[in-house]
Design a protein around this ligand. Structure first.
Ligand code: SAM
Ligand code: SF4
Length: 416
């Protein structure tokens, strides 16, 4: 009899229906129609903490295929749509770009959608499109529109350099794009050209304003902070949040310099915070959202907020709920792990849904508790743009050069 009040209460709390994933485990259904709205709030932030705890303890189990041995539920998938980019950021790409994978080896539109469909059926409720620069892919609007049809997908996000955003955003929003991250490392046009080795500052700013105008809130702005280059601009970025609904996210620079770490260029989260507190001692920390990789702060009275992505100084493996698919169809369960499995090859060999799921389940099951640590990774082969994603992980892009090897294990303290 004790089960009855529990199920009644659960029904009340959830209110929404429950659907089944193919593994047989029911997963919670989202509220309908949300992807067309800007910035959908996660369920976790919509319910008070007592109820949230109750849900965690009593809610239906998550897909076994997307749950790892530590019980982490992988409900967030990032898909890299391309390795191409129309910028050449110093910290990301060599001046001449990266050698491109032959087109035939990249996922087709249909393959992207087939994989997305499968993951969503299993309980993924957030997909972020990234790259390279996702907006250079000609079918990006179509992909968003088709993702929008997937029942259960609450959020469709994109991480972009903003160059083509003002032009494409009206179509993307109509197609169902619900969240946007725009990368911008400086507010000084000449410095912008220096960092990205291209023109385009005005276009990025137009993209940011277009996103605000179309109602996205917050519009996330990713700023990689590099010593000697833009750390003096932190207060200017924060000042933008006074009147605009921005979430300015300062990302700790992953200091690849050729094939060596260069910690001198990295500014840690603590240092950034100290700098900002000198000007705004009232800067207040906001409660941490579940699975968020960002530490969020706000200046009372300001419209927007400020966050820090502490990929270098404090990893967030414990709450990692992310999986990644590269542009050539490899599944990566950890950005810093070398192990990848080609879903594309299985798809093209005619694998059934069950077979694909068992491949995915095995990869997720092998996910480690945490990566080796940013300061002790001594050898890591990264392939170029196709690898990577971004947004909250910050470590979106570790694609400075093809076949990059981070050589010396770093015995020195992290911050010089
Ligand atoms: N082209 C898109 C863009 O720039 O937003 C999406 C892909 S980009 C690879 C994703 C994010 O990774 C960007 O916000 C970029 O600033 C960040 N990123 C790239 N290299 C980085 C590095 N070495 N350290 C920290 N963040 C980096
Ligand atoms: Fe392109 Fe983004 Fe890399 Fe810059 S960070 S080169 S915009 S992929």
């Amino acid at each position: 009899m004790a089960a009855q009040p529990v199920s009644r209460m659960l029904r009340r709390v959830l209110r929404s229906s429950v659907r089944s994933c193919s593994s047989g485990a029911p997963v919670t259904q989202p509220h309908p129609g949300e992807p067309s709205q800007p910035a959908v709030e996660p369920l976790s932030s919509q319910v008070p903490s007592g109820r949230r705890r109750f849900l965690r303890e009593h809610a239906a189990p998550f897909s076994a295929f997307l749950t790892d041995s530590l019980g982490r539920h992988h409900s967030y998938l990032r898909i890299s749509l391309t390795e191409k980019c129309n910028l050449r950021c110093q910290y990301c790409m060599p001046e001449d770009g990266v050698p491109l994978t032959p087109k035939a080896d990249l996922l087709t539109t249909e393959e992207v959608l087939t994989l997305a469909r499968l993951f969503v059926k299993e309980g993924v409720d957030k997909i972020r499109l990234t790259g390279g620069e996702p907006l250079v892919r000609p079918d990006v609007v179509d992909i968003v529109a088709q993702l929008h049809q997937l029942e259960g997908l609450r959020t469709i996000g994109i991480t972009t350099n903003g160059i083509s955003l003002a032009r494409l955003l009206p179509q993307l929003q109509k197609a169902g794009l619900s969240a946007i991250n725009i990368s911008l490392d400086t507010l000084v046009p000449a410095k912008f050209e220096f960092i990205v080795r291209r023109k385009g500052f005005r276009k990025v700013m137009e993209g940011i304003h277009k996103a605000i105008e179309l109602g996205y809130s917050p519009v996330k702005v990713n700023c990689v902070v590099m010593r000697g280059l833009n750390e003096d601009e932190l207060p200017d970025f924060v000042a933008l949040t006074e009147g605009l609904p921005l979430d300015v996210r300062f990302i700790e620079y992953m200091p690849f310099d050729g094939n060596k770490w260069n910690f001198r260029k990295m500014v840690s989260y603590k240092e950034m915070l100290d700098t900002l507190r000198q000007q705004w001692p009232e800067l207040e920390k906001l409660p941490e959202e579940e699975s968020s990789t960002a530490k969020a702060f706000k200046i009372p009275g300001f419209r927007g907020r400020v966050s820090f992505i502490t990929s270098m100084s404090e990893h967030f493996c414990g709450t990692c709920n992310r999986l990644r698919i590269t542009a050539d169809g490899n599944l990566k369960v950890c950005l810093f792990g070398n192990s990848e499995v080609s879903l594309r090859d299985h798809l093209r060999a005619g694998a059934s849904e069950e077979e694909l799921l068992s491949v995915i389940g095995a990869a997720v099951g092998r996910k480690k508790r945490q990566h080796a640590g940013m300061f002790s990774i001594s050898q890591m082969k990264n392939r170029p743009m196709i690898l990577i994603d971004s947004d909250s992980g910050g470590l979106g892009c570790i694609s400075n050069s093809p076949q990059m090897v981070l050589v010396p294990p770093v015995p020195a303290p992290p911050f010089e």
